[in-house]
Design a protein around this ligand. Structure first.
Ligand SMILES: Cc1ncc(COP(=O)(O)O)c(C=O)c1O
Length: 479
């Protein structure tokens, strides 16, 4: 079927604007092996081996498929330590697509966050932001800064259908800036398609409001552009008056409202490794270049190989192609619509890169301090070899503050990797677990790392978990 835009859709999903040339084998392990793997991993999906996973929806980070153009560009990688041609091609791509004058490559997004925090955050200074991201907040705090959430209330309401849950609460931001700017504000951070809210976008009108406030109070505005292309597409589709603008125009318009950005290029730029700090201010760029040689490498490679820089430069351009971004976003929408049809509680509206299961409503009998989202992620793996990620109290609990926020399981879709059949299978596994949800007990944490505990924490079940999570349907597929 042909949609009004000329794009082809297949059963509601935008047709993939690519075909598959190289494949990687995957297989569903028999259930006894999945049980063993889950026990060995301490019920933490981060600690599973990839060979034990069938459909891997842990993350969209570094898991995209590269294009033939990226592979071809990699052949041109200039591995010179300094002055590499590959760096200048990357710089040209960033200037062309985002318009930022200075580019400092880093090994991945948190490398850029580290440089930014070191360069801009002084002890006691505030960083107001729409919700938070784990590594972004950690780097600000390690530099002595204080994170301030100024997202709109709908951001943490999984049932609110607000189209732009990534918006900042402008009145709240104004209050914070009026009380502290400019001396006690390091910068205002705006994240595109807020990961921890379920991949929810901000509107251009809201970003314009943020720009006016930051300008009036003399503080920098920094974008987390990790999922900028998807945010731009949501603006095109949802924001009145924006449908006629092209995706590249919208991407450039967003970037132009900010003073700089960090990117985890492992997501929307289709590379397995890489990140960027891109800024306009000469002084900030100079400070970042002085820091990058300590933590990442020479400013012309920042911890990446020349061939990585080439793949990244090409990926930045591919990330502006509307059919590519539209297909990706419609994969999330497809999985979400299957789950909604079957009554499974998910975060609405569907975000950019994932479907988020609402574990509080999925497992209402498991109290939040027994880790419902962690429990559910473990159950999905056991039931059908589907790997997902906890985004609830394990990820969000911070210091001694009680955590009462969102309790989500993220089914994250790698870009250009899985087919509609894989997503249909995932929907069946989730439905199977949902049918037996009452049997699932919560978990007890047996090991808690000091930083970013979700990556390596270990758990044990409070009751006979493994029996409850066994899935006849999935075993039948296995047989
Ligand atoms: C919004 C956002 N910012 C920053 C990062 C950190 O990037 P990286 O994982 O490349 O270090 C991530 C990673 O998931 C992210 O989602």
């Amino acid at each position: 079927m042909r949609a009004p835009t000329g794009a082809v859709t297949i059963r509601g999903v935008a047709a993939p604007p690519w075909k598959i040339k190289v494949v990687e084998p995957i297989a569903l392990r028999p259930e006894p092996l999945r049980r063993r793997a889950l026990l060995d991993a301490g019920f933490n999906t981060f600690l599973l081996r990839s060979e034990d996973v069938f459909v891997d929806l842990l993350t969209d980070s570094g898991t995209s498929a590269v294009s033939q153009e990226q592979r071809a560009a990699m052949e041109l990688g200039d591995e010179a330590y300094a002055g590499s041609r590959s760096f200048f091609r990357l710089e040209a791509a960033v200037r062309e697509v985002y318009g930022f004058r200075h580019v400092i490559p880093t090994h991945q997004g948190r490398g850029a966050e580290h440089l930014l925090a070191k360069a801009l955050v002084k002890p006691g200074q505030l960083v107001p932001s729409n919700l938070y991201f784990t590594t972004s907040r950690e780097h600000v705090e390690l530099a002595g800064g204080v994170w301030v959430d100024v997202s709109i209330a709908e951001a943490i309401d999984p049932e609110s259908t607000h189209p732009f849950k990534g918006n900042l609460d402008l009145a709240q931001l104004e209050r914070v800036l009026a009380a502290a700017a400019p001396e006690r504000i390091a910068y205002v951070r705006v994240e595109a398609c807020v990961n921890m809210a379920g991949g929810q976008p901000f509107s251009l009108a809201n970003l314009t409001g943020v720009r006016e406030l930051t300008r009036a109070h003399g503080v920098p505005l920094i974008l987390d552009g990790t999922r900028l292309s998807e945010n731009a597409l949501f603006i095109k589709d949802r924001e009145p008056g924006e449908s006629e603008r092209t995706l590249p125009e919208l991407i450039a318009a967003i970037a132009a409202l900010t003073d700089g950005a960090i990117f985890s290029s492992k997501k929307g730029h289709f590379v397995p490794i890489g990140g960027l700090l891109a800024v306009n201010d000469d002084g900030l760029a100079q400070a970042a270049r002085e820091l990058v040689v300590i933590y990442e490498g020479f400013p012309h490679y920042g911890g990446l190989a020349g061939h990585d820089l080439e793949a990244l430069a090409q990926g930045i351009r591919e990330a502006t192609a509307e059919p590519v971004v539209r297909h990706y976003v419609s994969q999330s929408a497809h999985l979400a619509s299957l789950l909604l049809e079957r009554g499974v509680p998910i975060v609405v509206p569907v975000g950019a890169h994932a479907v988020f299961l609402d574990a509080k409503r999925f497992l209402p009998h498991v109290p939040q301090d027994e880790f419902p989202a962690q429990t559910l992620a473990a159950a999905l793996y056991l039931a059908g070899g589907v790997r997902s990620m906890e985004r609830g109290i394990v990820s969000g609990q911070h210091g001694t503050d009680p955590y009462t926020g969102l309790e989500l399981v993220r089914l994250t879709i790698p870009r250009r990797v899985y087919t509609q059949e894989h997503l249909d299978y995932v929907a069946d596994v989730v439905t199977e677990v949902y049918a037996r949800r009452e049997l699932l007990p919560g978990l007890r944490m047996t090991y808690e790392p000091a930083h970013l505990r979700f990556f390596q924490a270990r758990f044990e079940p409070r009751a006979a978990f493994l029996e409850a999570a066994s899935a006849p349907a999935a075993t039948a597929i296995d047989g």
